[in-house]
Design a protein around this ligand. Structure first.
Ligand SMILES: C[S@@+](CC[C@H](N)C(=O)[O-])C[C@H]1O[C@@H](n2cnc3c(N)ncnc32)[C@H](O)[C@@H]1O
Length: 263
């Protein structure tokens, strides 16, 4: 225990971390072949979190990533972390540094810091980006486009299906459209907003996947749907990569629970 900030999470965060851990485990053979391999986390949080249902304190994503790579003996050469909350990112930076990680920390919204992060990445390296915002409005496609421009960049993206469900009405109003325009540019030409809400949501998601394809990457068909204890779907964990091998690794490790997957 330290005196640094700790965020609050729900127990399904454990599943998200388990998938991150497993992918890092599985990709270690590939990672070992690259001299530059960064872990990128643009919504890092403080690095420690309290599970509200159980009171258990757990590591946050950057520390989960550090420990997973440490176990395999091919640590990330650098951790590029960012968060809009300065106290959080400083806490994550300190916790990682204390473990011996090389860290560069950025403060600000993802769309502002992504360019500085891209400038810090070796274009010949193999990198993993974990994008874990609370809602779609915080996940502009420009962020993904920039990161996906690297030849060997795997992305594990948390897309909040709950936000899309809860806020769909707002997102379809003139005052709410900007968020959706940024998340999935061009959606208005591809989505029929007169149909049922679940079909609208599906079309928005499919359009977003189409945008990923346009970058030369693809989203794995294996989308993990994470539900809460009442079986309400909360988010989708979407794996995006350019290379077949990365997709194969994800497919082998993605399913950590018997929950249904798929949209
Ligand atoms: C779900 S939490 C991240 C949890 C962390 N990935 C983990 O697993 O431990 C989302 C984080 O995004 C940050 N955030 C919210 N809006 C943001 C934005 N536009 N850009 C960057 N960070 C943002 C919040 O401060 C919060 O720490």
């Amino acid at each position: 225990m330290d005196a640094l900030p700790v965020s609050e999470v729900h127990e399904w965060a454990l599943e998200k971390h388990e998938r991150l851990r497993r992918y890092i485990d599985a990709a270690h053979g590939a990672r070992g072949k690259f001299s530059s391999r960064c872990y990128v986390d643009l919504y890092s949080g403080p690095g420690r979190a309290l599970v509200v249902e159980t009171g258990q304190e757990i590591d946050g994503s950057p520390l989960v990533a550090f420990d997973a790579a440490a176990r395999q003996g091919d640590q990330f050469t650098e951790f590029l972390i960012a968060d809009i909350n300065e106290d959080y990112v400083r806490a994550a930076e300190r916790r990682l540094t204390e473990k011996g990680a090389k860290v560069r920390a950025f403060v600000g919204p993802a769309h502002r810091v992504v360019e500085g992060i891209a400038a810090a990445l070796d274009p010949r390296g193999l990198h993993l980006a974990f994008l874990d915002p609370y809602n779609l409005g915080d996940l502009p496609f420009s962020v993904i486009r920039r990161l996906a421009s690297f030849k060997h960049m795997d992305l594990l993206i948390h897309v909040s299906s709950m936000d899309l469900k809860r806020e769909l009405h707002h997102y379809l109003q003139p005052e709410g459209r900007k968020a959706l325009d940024e998340f999935a540019p061009g959606w208005r030409e591809h989505v029929d907003t007169k149909q049922r809400q679940d079909l609208i949501r599906r079309q928005i998601y499919e359009h977003w996947c189409g945008l990923l394809k346009g970058l030369g990457t693809s989203a794995s068909d294996r989308v993990e749907a994470v539900d809460n204890s009442k079986h309400a779907n909360l988010y989708w964990l979407v794996f995006v990569a350019r290379h077949r091998l990365a997709h194969k690794l994800w497919e082998a490790v993605a399913n950590v629970s018997p929950q249904r997957r798929l949209i």
